[in-house]
Write a protein that binds this ligand. Structure first.
Ligand SMILES: [Zn+2]
Length: 421
């Protein structure tokens, strides 16, 4: 053995002794500074160390149940029955949906599954242990809520504009909700622009869904509209910049995703009767079966049938306003004379009963007994925040508006193309 080798061995022995001594002497010294010792953290998936387990994605076929799969994987019927019984406490294995993926976790490729993991949604997963012990555990994933901003311009539809801005359908619903009284989102115009401050939810650094809209601005032919979310123990909802609720007592339209096929017109040529008959309503064309909702709280005056109107519902909202919805395919459950309805509640479904050329709802609006064009009516807003609340509201509003003002509306694409800017 060479001298250098010996001294190397000596050195390592010495090093080991020092280390052992360190371990022994530091035993009673729990406050060892560990920050220099780096222990590689195991990479985990669904709570399992990936170096120890094998993961296999699966999905039930139609008319297949988890028991069928597990028997095929070598799990005993006894264990499956136990699992079936205890799973009802948290999430029954009978509720696994066909084609929705679940994961079989094994200790090695050939072994029977040790655990089954099902994810009913992005925020939770359920672990069904089926090894030596049958057990079930629910895990809520940790998530982060981040505040983000977005803007967009409508070139074809609101949906496309939202998609272009990287937003999903849930945000459209929320924006509609936030500004339901000032903007008619069912009939947006090309060139309308919007800005949003909203929450985005992340799990493990990946965006999984949107949270709430915190503030929104919408710019159309009628001007610029704002909505700010204000929430505390007494108030919760969207308000304009002065603290007035953005929701009025009336919705702008009685259904979603429709097209106005005929406007209110006192001198309309009737397509079926072939003569000028005033059209004292607004027609919204939509597929048969589309839900129709009450535009405001009220009491059902009639849910009936007539030759021209087909199946219809008439609702009295207050001393001033009454609405009527014609040509329905059918009524919603519980809709009958005397029943109370809430704003946005489904009262029936689009059809073409009575005198109608296609599926649509003819929406009629009475003001003190006279039929009017509801699109021209400015409805009274709901009660504003009381003066005592305004200072707190203004503070919230200002911080949300500051965020909203960190971005501009997008520049109109046509203007860029024509070099007009
Ligand atoms: Zn009509």
């Amino acid at each position: 053995m060479k001298k250098t080798e010996i001294s190397l061995i000596n050195l390592s022995i010495t090093a080991c002794l020092i280390l052992i001594a360190f371990v022994i002497f530091s035993k009673d010294e729990p406050k060892v500074n560990k920050q220099y010792i780096s222990i590689p953290q195991p990479v985990r998936h669904l709570g399992f160390d990936v170096s120890q387990y094998v993961f296999e994605p699966h999905a039930l076929k139609r008319n297949q149940n988890l028991g069928d799969v597990l028997v095929g994987e070598g799990v005993s019927w006894d264990s499956i029955i136990k699992l079936d019984n205890i799973s009802t406490e948290l999430f029954s294995i009978r509720k696994f949906r066909a084609k929705k993926p679940f994961t079989l976790v094994r200790k090695d490729t050939c072994a029977a599954p040790h655990c089954i993991v099902y994810e009913p949604n992005k925020f939770t997963y359920i672990k069904y242990y089926i090894g030596d012990k049958v057990d079930i555990k629910r895990v809520d994933r940790q998530y982060d809520t981040c505040v983000e901003v977005a803007n967009g311009e409508i070139t074809s539809s609101l949906w496309m504009a939202m998609k272009d801005a990287g937003l999903d359908n849930s945000i459209i619903d929320k924006m509609e909700d936030a500004m339901a009284s000032s903007v008619d989102f069912y009939h947006t115009q090309k060139g309308d622009k919007f800005k949003l401050v909203y929450e985005k939810i992340y799990i493990d650094g990946k965006p999984v869904s949107n949270g709430e809209i915190l503030s929104a601005a919408y710019n159309n032919n009628y001007g610029e509209h704002f909505a700010v979310l204000y929430e505390n123990e007494n108030y919760s909802g969207f308000y304009d910049l002065e603290g007035r609720p953005t929701k009025s007592s009336f919705l702008r339209a009685p259904l979603r995703y429709s097209r106005i096929s005929s406007r209110f017109n006192r001198r309309r040529f009737h397509p079926i009767k072939k003569r000028t008959i005033p059209h004292l309503g607004t027609d919204y064309a939509a597929p048969t079966g589309t839900p129709i909702f009450s535009v405001a709280d009220g009491t059902i005056l009639a849910a009936g049938y007539s030759k021209n109107n087909g199946k219809y519902v008439k609702i009295r909202h207050d001393d001033v306003y009454t609405t009527q919805y014609l040509h329905m395919n059918g009524y919603a459950k519980g809709i009958k004379r005397g029943a109370r309805v809430k704003q946005g509640e489904t009262i029936g479904y689009v059809g073409q009963t009575g005198l109608a050329t296609g599926p649509h709802v003819c929406f009629r609006f009475w003001k003190r007994g006279r039929q009017i064009n509801h699109m021209r009516e400015n409805f009274a807003p709901k009660d504003p925040l009381p003066p005592s609340e305004l200072d707190k509201f203004y503070a919230t509003r200002d911080s949300l508006m500051d965020l909203l003002n960190t971005i501009d509306y997008p520049v109109t694409k046509e203007l860029i193309a024509d070099n007009q800017i």
